[in-house]
Write a protein that binds this ligand. Structure first.
Ligand SMILES: C[S@@+](CC[C@H](N)C(=O)[O-])C[C@H]1O[C@@H](n2cnc3c(N)ncnc32)[C@H](O)[C@@H]1O
Length: 184
């Protein structure tokens, strides 16, 4: 009898804790997805063929510094670090994506060359970077254009997946990838 009651209590707490964990996980997931959507863009991973195209168009050289604004699961940074001996930085607001990206970077053995910050890219200082990758949303492109214009040095390459800046002319456009080069 005592054993049956103990099993019942164990089962009750097991179900309760599992439900609470699922509820908490979903709340964290929804919170960060909404937060990211308001602050920049919701998560959508770039397809492998486009990652490869972005890396090809970036023409990365050893020793350069690369940033991905909204680095998601880290796929662009990992591909960049594999393509050349570059130092990579990512900014990712979503805690779960950030955690996943840190794991992927570690698994790829690239932790010494890829640093991913779990914070917004808007206050970040971007003046040291040679290449900027981004995959934003149309209504944030104007604000980002102003930020990049005021911070990036001449010669810096900006590779935008999907969306164009309102005032700049791309030097190249292939598939859905636009390449810009800072002139002043
Ligand atoms: C469209 S996804 C691109 C992910 C990745 N760069 C790729 O191409 O696979 C945009 C990412 O930006 C993140 N994000 C949105 N606003 C942000 C902000 N203000 N600062 C940092 N990351 C942000 C989102 O959480 C999401 O992971």
């Amino acid at each position: 009898m005592l054993t049956v009651v103990a099993i019942d209590i164990f089962f009750y707490y097991f179900v309760l804790i599992t439900a609470l964990a699922l509820l908490l996980g979903s709340a964290v997931f929804m919170f960060y997805r909404t937060y990211a959507m308001i602050s920049g863009a919701p998560y959508a991973g770039t397809k492998k063929v486009r990652v490869d195209k972005m890396i090809e168009l970036a023409d990365l050289q050893d020793g350069q510094k690369v940033v991905d604004l909204g680095s998601g699961d880290g796929r662009i940074l990992i591909a960049a670090a594999k393509a050349a001996k570059v130092k990579c930085v990512g900014y990712e607001l979503d805690f779960l994506m950030w955690l996943w990206s840190i794991y992927k970077v570690k698994r790829a053995g690239l932790s010494d060359r890829i640093k991913i910050y779990r914070r917004s890219y808007w206050p970040a200082d971007l003046r040291d970077f040679d290449t900027v990758f981004l995959f934003l949303i149309p209504y944030k492109m104007g604000r980002m254009e102003k930020k990049l214009q005021s911070e990036l040095c001449p010669g810096t390459r900006v590779i935008s997946h999907g969306f164009k800046f309102p005032n700049w002319q791309p030097e190249k456009k292939e598939e859905r990838i636009l390449v810009y080069q800072m002139t002043s």
